[in-house]
Ligand binder design. Structure first.
Ligand SMILES: C[S@@+](CC[C@H](N)C(=O)[O-])C[C@H]1O[C@@H](n2cnc3c(N)ncnc32)[C@H](O)[C@@H]1O
Length: 334
């Protein structure tokens, strides 16, 4: 998510955890602690100011029938979505937050908005939640906004799998309801330069590429000179209430749209929040999203010719998508 992926998932809050959270009188001291502040990823602010994101999730929640239902919100942040669920007449909302400092602030924000009787904040990673202990069994509705630019990187899939296996009723409603991934071939020396180096000041410093990111990383594509040099291919789709298997391997045969040097693959998600029609995407056409696009740069660039096809193998796992160019250039006609 915009700055989200660049700064890691939860910061290093686990090292900073102290008993402070149980001592309300030390709240001010807690907030003054620069180490704590540094441990909170900056992307939270960009995310919370992403009006389209907020309204889309808000509209999606509005479309659910929540009256009298018990809801689990995985990933509280400020408690924003939990509060919106509570406002929609849910019986009770359990919102779980792994970061202890964020969990503490969420508790305060919820209290400030006078919703403390309707919402319980639990400071845990959701996969540690125990039904009947932390929250009631057979939760009827799950909501979660824990996706990064490439959908998988923030741990949505393991959280969802655990929730479906352990926490949710069989017919529980899940928001978001489905995900699609769409990819295209990317030509951009500028974006390659974000993850690879060869020379500087006439020195060969290419050994630093030992530290190049192997998988996808977030790039705000519009910030850099770049071209999409293929058709856009929807290569992955899952309905989140219907599957436990998020693994998929396949080959995408992109159709090359101009003679170019291909540096890698850019991809993005199309997240359907409710099937009746609320969708959110971080496609390069969405100029206001705080999420960046997901890019994986190939080790070597590939020359491609307009009208021919370029095949790229992909593998998805619970936490990642990986791309590998399998053929350099293949004529579509052959
Ligand atoms: C992207 S933010 C979204 C916050 C809020 N739901 C919103 O939409 O404004 C995700 C938050 O979830 C937390 N988180 C992510 N995965 C989690 C998990 N499995 N269990 C508990 N907290 C999680 C992160 O620490 C982060 O604060």
């Amino acid at each position: 998510m915009s700055i989200k992926e660049a700064e890691g998932q939860y910061g290093n809050e686990k090292n900073l955890y102290t008993e402070d959270l149980t001592k309300n009188s030390e709240e001010v001291q807690l907030l003054d602690n620069q180490d704590v502040i540094k441990s909170i990823p900056r992307w939270h602010f960009g995310m919370l100011n992403d009006v389209n994101r907020n309204i889309s999730f808000g509209n999606g929640i509005n479309m659910l029938e929540l009256s009298g239902k018990t809801v689990l919100d995985i990933g509280s942040g400020t408690g924003l979505l939990a509060m919106h669920v509570a406002r929609n007449n849910a019986k009770h909302v359990y919102t779980v937050e792994a970061n202890p400092y964020i969990a503490k602030i969420a508790t305060d924000i919820i209290k400030k908005n006078n919703l403390q009787d309707k919402i319980t904040v639990i400071n845990k990673i959701s996969t540690d939640l125990i039904p009947g202990v932390d929250l009631p069994a057979d939760i009827e509705v799950l909501i979660s906004e824990t996706v990064d630019c490439g959908f998988f990187g923030e741990g949505f899939v393991p959280s969802l799998r655990h929730a479906r296996e352990v926490l949710l009723a069989k017919d529980a409603i899940i928001l978001p309801s489905s995900v699609k991934l769409v990819a295209g071939l990317l030509s951009s020396q500028d974006v390659r330069n974000l993850n690879q180096v060869t020379n500087a000041l006439d020195f060969d410093i290419s050994m630093f590429n030992t530290f190049s990111t192997q998988g996808y990383f977030p790039v705000r594509l519009n910030s850099w000179e770049n071209k999409l040099v293929s058709n856009e291919v929807m290569f992955y789709e899952r309905i989140l209430s219907e599957t436990d298997n998020f693994k998929q391997t396949g080959v995408i045969d992109f159709v090359v749209t101009e003679n170019a040097v291909v540096d890698g693959v850019v991809f993005w998600f199309e997240l359907t929040l409710v099937e009746e029609g609320v969708m959110i995407t971080n496609s390069p056409d969405n100029k206001t999203t705080h999420w960046m696009q997901a890019v994986q740069i190939f080790d070597h660039s590939i020359n491609v010719v307009k009208g021919e096809s370029c095949s790229v193998k992909y593998t998805t796992s619970d936490m990642a998508v990986d791309f590998e160019a399998v053929t350099t250039v293949k004529s579509q006609k052959s």
